[in-house]
Design a binder for this molecule. Structure first.
Ligand SMILES: Cc1cc2nc3c(=O)[nH]c(=O)nc-3n(C[C@H](O)[C@H](O)[C@H](O)COP(=O)(O)O)c2cc1C
Ligand SMILES: O=C(O)C(=O)c1ccccc1
Length: 368
């Protein structure tokens, strides 16, 4: 039987169809799935349907400029890569291919603590800024060593994910007894920490067991001072959905915030990411850049998040689709498509620069 041939991708969703043909069912479910009823997963997408754009006309849009800057680093695009674990599940070259793709697109790449290639190999392939995402490990000495390695390898910021004191209940992974295959590992952690992630057990996600073992659920705001003292890199907090926590983040010295519900994979019933964005932007003011992720699949959605105050928009699943479909070229393809679509939306809304992509450009109707 010959493999089905699909036409070349013309939008980000086309990469999803290509990826679907290449991935085993359990890996597909791990990537696509959300927590419990997947209500928040769906809400992230549906929230964008409540945004309408307010186009202005007779503006010179012969040059639409998507260039921006984040924590001092110049970027060709405000579209970046959200941290996702184990890229070798999607492609044999894993995070090295992702870094090459990010470089081609001139995009920010936030590398997961559960990367399946070493920080040093990823950094050697990168030509643009890298940030390292962390979970607060129970073994602080492992966390401390990782932070030092990241700085030595040239990573420019640390991103602490704060919405996962335990892993969300992901029914697909539990039913599949999902575990990480023996050839793939979170190579930046020590090997002893990985055993439980490889242990397949029907009715249970090995990743949930692994996370419970590795991640410290007792961390609070007052612990952030320890991390700040361990590293001079800027600190970004990922997984904030309320004005209260945004203010605490600023008070505790966060250099940036990522508004995120972890792609609907953590708290089922949490607010759609887009519905939390304006609240967080208003709370922190201009000094603390706010990044956004959750459900972004094209340029109209990037535009909407930027208009509501995000400085940058990260893609999670779409980057894995590109990676599975075509390695580094697929990652670059996804980022470049989203960026081209953003420029297109900027032209048709009469906003040729990102500074003009402000709240006057959108109406967000309230959700239920
Ligand atoms: C397969 C997968 C693995 C993920 N792994 C991590 C991770 O290691 N660390 C983290 O902070 N977030 C992780 N996330 C969440 C993403 O960073 C991001 O918040 C989410 O995917 C954004 O939503 P989107 O997929 O709709 O773009 C993961 C998401 C997926 C889909
Ligand atoms: O899947 C995830 O969303 C995630 O954050 C994670 C956490 C631990 C191991 C692998 C992935």
């Amino acid at each position: 039987m010959t493999a089905p041939v699909l036409p070349p991708p013309v939008c980000v969703e086309d990469y999803r169809r290509l990826a679907r043909l290449r991935l085993d069912q359990d890996v597909w479910d791990f990537i696509e799935g959300g927590a419990e009823t997947e209500r928040t997963l769906g809400a992230n997408r549906r929230a964008f349907e409540r945004v309408t754009l307010r186009p202005r006309v007779l503006v010179d849009v012969s040059h639409c400029d998507t260039r921006t800057e984040l924590l001092g680093a110049p970027l060709a695009t405000p579209v970046g890569i959200a941290p996702t674990a184990y890229h070798r599940l999607a492609h044999p070259e894993g995070e090295v291919a992702t870094a090459l793709g990010a470089g081609t697109a001139g995009a920010l790449y936030v590398v997961s603590i559960f990367a399946s290639r070493t920080l040093e190999d990823i950094a050697a392939a990168a030509t643009g800024p890298l940030w390292l995402q962390l979970y607060w490990l129970r073994r602080r000495e492992v966390l401390a060593a990782l932070v030092d390695r990241a700085a030595a390898a040239g990573f420019r910021a640390l991103v602490l994910t704060v919405d996962a004191p335990r892993l969300g209940r992901r029914h697909r992974d539990a039913r599949n007894g999902f575990a990480i295959g023996s050839g793939i590992s979170a190579v930046n952690l020590d090997a002893a920490l990985m055993a439980s992630a490889h242990r397949a057990d029907p009715g249970r996600s090995a990743l949930a067991v692994h996370t419970a073992e590795a991640v410290d659920p007792s961390v609070t705001w007052s612990d952030l001072a320890w991390l700040r003292a361990r590293s001079s890199l800027p600190l970004v907090l990922k997984g904030i959905l309320t004005a209260e926590d945004a203010l605490l983040a600023v008070e505790h010295g966060a250099d940036a915030i990522v508004v995120s519900n972890h792609g609907g994979r953590q708290l089922d019933g949490a607010t759609a990411s887009l519905d939390a964005l304006a609240e967080v932007v208003d709370a922190v003011g201009a000094d603390c850049p706010v990044l956004f992720d959750g459900g972004v699949r094209g340029g109209t959605e990037v535009f909407a998040a930027l208009a509501l105050g995000a400085r940058s928009v990260l893609l999670g699943r779409p980057v894995l689709w590109g990676l599975a479909a075509a390695g580094a070229a697929g990652v670059a393809g996804v980022l470049e498509l989203a960026t081209e679509e953003l420029a297109h939306t900027m032209a048709l809304t009469g906003r040729p620069g990102l500074a003009a992509v402000d709240r006057s450009a959108v109406v967000l109707r309230k959700g239920l």
